[in-house]
Ligand binder design. Sequence first.
Ligand SMILES: *Cc1c(COP(=O)(O)O)cnc(C)c1O
Length: 362
Amino acid sequence: MARVYNFSAGPSMLPEEVLRIAAGEMLDYDGTGTSVMEMSHRSAAFIKIAADAEKSLRELMEIPDNYKVLFLQGGASTQFAMVPLNLMGRSPSKTADIVNTGMWSKKAISEAKKFGTVRVVATSEDKNFTYIPELTKDMFDQSASYAHITPNNTIFGTRYRDIPDTGDVPLVADMSSCILSEKYDVKKFGIIYAGAQKNVGPAGVTLAIVREDLIGNELDGTPTMLGYKIHAENDSMYNTPPCYSLYIAKLVFDWLKAKGGVAAMQKINEEKANLLYDFLDNSKLFKGTVEKKYRSLMNIPFVTGSEDLDKAFDKQAIAQGFINLKGHRSVGGMRASIYNAMPVEGVKKLVEFMKDFESKNT
Ligand SMILES: *Cc1c(COP(=O)(O)O)cnc(C)c1O
C-alpha cells in the first residue's frame, strides 16, 4: 500500500493519524461492539461523540457562549439558501449586501435573490477574481438584513487579509475552505458556515456557528429543516445527524488540538504556502495567478503559460504520486490545495518535482 499526496480541492486529505484511529475503531467503537456507523444517534456513546466534537470546536475557535454550534447537512450550498431564509426577515428592507469574489459568492448571491433583494457591495470579476476588493464600513448599508463574504476563494485562490467592519449588520462568512486554517475572531461574525470536506472531515456534515440573536426569524414558509431554530433547540439531533462524518470531524478536532490548535496550524500553513509561493515567484516556468497581497494559504493556482506543458505536468505529477493538481476550468493550469492535513513534507516534495520539471522544460 502506498499513500499519495492528494492536492484535491475537496473532498481532500485527512490526517493519516485520524484514518488509523478510525480504522482501529471500525468494528468495535470503545467497547460498544458496534461501528459508529451502526449506532443509534440517541445512544450514550454517540451523544458523547457529538458533545465532545462541539466542545473541541468551541475550544479551537474560541467560540463565545452566545453562539450555537450546529452540525447540519446539505453542504455549504444549502447554507446559500438557509442564510437568507433565516436572516432576510431581520429588517424591513429584506436586503443582503454580498461581496462577489468568485463562483461560490455568485451562488450565495443567486440563492439570496430568491428571498429578497441583493446589493453586490463590491466585485473582483473585472480581473477574473484575482484579488479581493478593499472594503470600508461605509460601503455596507446599515439597514441591510445581513452582509456576506467568502474569506477564502477555493477556485481562484484568493484570501481576505482583513475581515471588514460591517457595523451593526451581521456578517456571514462562507469558511468552507479556510475554517480552522488560521485564527478568526468569531465575535466579528453573525454566522460562520462551512462544508466539512476541506478542512474538517468527510463530506456530509456542515458546520454552522450562529449568534443566538439571529435564530428564530425565519421567513414564512421556511421548511422546518431549513430553520436554524429547530436544530439549535435539539442539539443538532432533530433528525438523524451525519453520524460517521461527525465522528471523524471529532477525531480531526482532537488531532488539531494535539498539534497545538489553530495558531500552531496557521504557522504550519504559512510555512507550506510560503514554500510554494517563493518557488513560484522565482520560477522561470511557473507563475501564480493571484495578486500577491491576496494569495490564499489553502488553494494555490499556478500556470506555465502553455496548455500543453500544463497537461504534461499534470500527467507526470500523477505518475510521481502527486494527485489532483489539475486546475479548475475557470482558471486553467494547476491548483495545489494544501489544507491542514497536507504535511509540510508533501509541499516540499511537490516543489522538488516542480523544479525538476522546470529544468527539463525551459
Ligand atoms: C466547496 C465550497 C462550497 C461548496 O460546498 P458544498 O459542501 O459542496 O456545498 C461552497 N463554498 C466554498 C468557499 C467552497 O470551497
